[in-house]
Ligand binder design. Structure first.
Ligand code: NAP
Length: 286
């Protein structure tokens, strides 16, 4: 019996991963959902999945939670600024528990990218490589779900505003990246590999606005502005300066091509094409 643990299992990505593990034929009792807040995973326990408390910031919980785990999917955390240390805690505990391989969700070209999110992933990758524990690094591209948060506003205003220019984004749904992670963790041949995952074909924000227009039946146009103007617009909409700066930096990164990849690692792991943008948006618009 091989046991599979998934961190962040109460989150969007973790839930997709647990579902994909079950769909791949792994018995729910061989899956261990590691969650900060077990009450959020009551539905997983009802399916027969083992639910254990694990806080990335609390090494004692991690050692207990990882006891008896063979393969670990480490889903990167959400607390920006704390994540390098938190992920190192998980890797350390996994090593102590004798985990045989860690699959980590990283960021595009984490070791060389100027993306504002890259340094914590780069640091985690370095700890993982130095740990001596066999690993698989999945440098996940952008989630297309990231563009749904503003959809009501986009429909009401008839526009999407940003500073991403004609930058191409290799976006794919979380479910695709999670299915790829499950392929990487359940199948042989991925030991000590690093993959760049991205949806294809890539799209610009103008393409995205056109696809949203088709999916929603409401005309939405992309209006490109300077980073300074974008920052001012976001602050005017109520974002604090730091958050507006962060969001604008992501647009600038997209314009620079940081969210684009020509790699087809995602499709190879999936054994199929990634979900087309139009198909994803049509389902989301329902
Ligand atoms: N590629 C992209 O476009 C993109 C976009 C956003 C995020 N991400 C990355 O992908 C990850 C998964 O995305 P998601 O959409 O599934 O995020 P999510 O729905 O917010 O889920 C994040 C999960 O991480 C858990 N978590 C956070 N801090 C933790 C800690 N200290 N200890 C234990 N668990 C902790 C959360 O637990 P609680 O429920 O207890 O908070 C939650 O289960 C994110 O955490 C982030 O690193 C990627």
């Amino acid at each position: 019996m091989t046991t599979y643990a998934v961190t962040g299992a109460s989150g969007h990505f973790g839930r997709h991963a647990v579902s994909a593990l079950i769909k791949s034929g792994i018995a729910p009792s061989d899956i261990i959902a590691l969650v900060r807040t077990p009450s959020k995973a009551a539905d997983l326990a009802e399916q027969g999945v083992q639910v254990r408390a694990a806080d990335y910031s609390d090494p004692a919980t991690l050692s207990t939670a990882l006891d008896g785990v063979d393969l670990l999917l480490l889903v990167s955390g959400t607390e920006i600024g704390k994540r390098a240390e938190q992920h190192a805690n998980v890797i350390d505990a996994a090593k102590g528990a004798g985990v045989s391989r860690i699959v980590y969700t990283s960021a595009p070209r984490a070791d060389t990218s100027e993306l504002v999110l890259a340094p914590e992933h780069k640091a985690t990758e370095a700890v993982l490589r130095a740990s001596g524990v066999p690993f698989t690094i999945l440098r996940n591209g952008w989630y297309v779900e990231n563009y749904l948060g503003q959809l009501d506003h986009n429909r009401a205003s008839g526009e999407m505003v940003g500073a991403a220019g004609d930058g191409l984004v290799s976006g794919a749904p979380r479910a695709d990246y999670a299915a790829a992670a499950v392929a990487a963790i359940t199948q042989p041949g991925h030991e000590n590999a690093t993959y760049e995952l991205g949806g294809a074909p890539a799209f610009t924000m103008t393409d995205l606005a056109s696809a949203l227009t088709v999916a929603t039946g409401t005309t939405i146009e992309y209006r490109d502005v300077s980073p300074e103007e974008n920052q001012a617009i976001l602050e005017g909409a109520g974002l604090d300066a730091g958050t507006a700066e962060f969001v604008t930096a992501l647009d600038v990164a997209a314009k620079r091509g940081d969210l684009y990849t020509e790699s087809r690692d995602l499709q190879r792991l999936l054994g199929r094409d990634s979900t087309p943008l139009a198909e994803f948006l049509a389902a989301a618009a329902e």
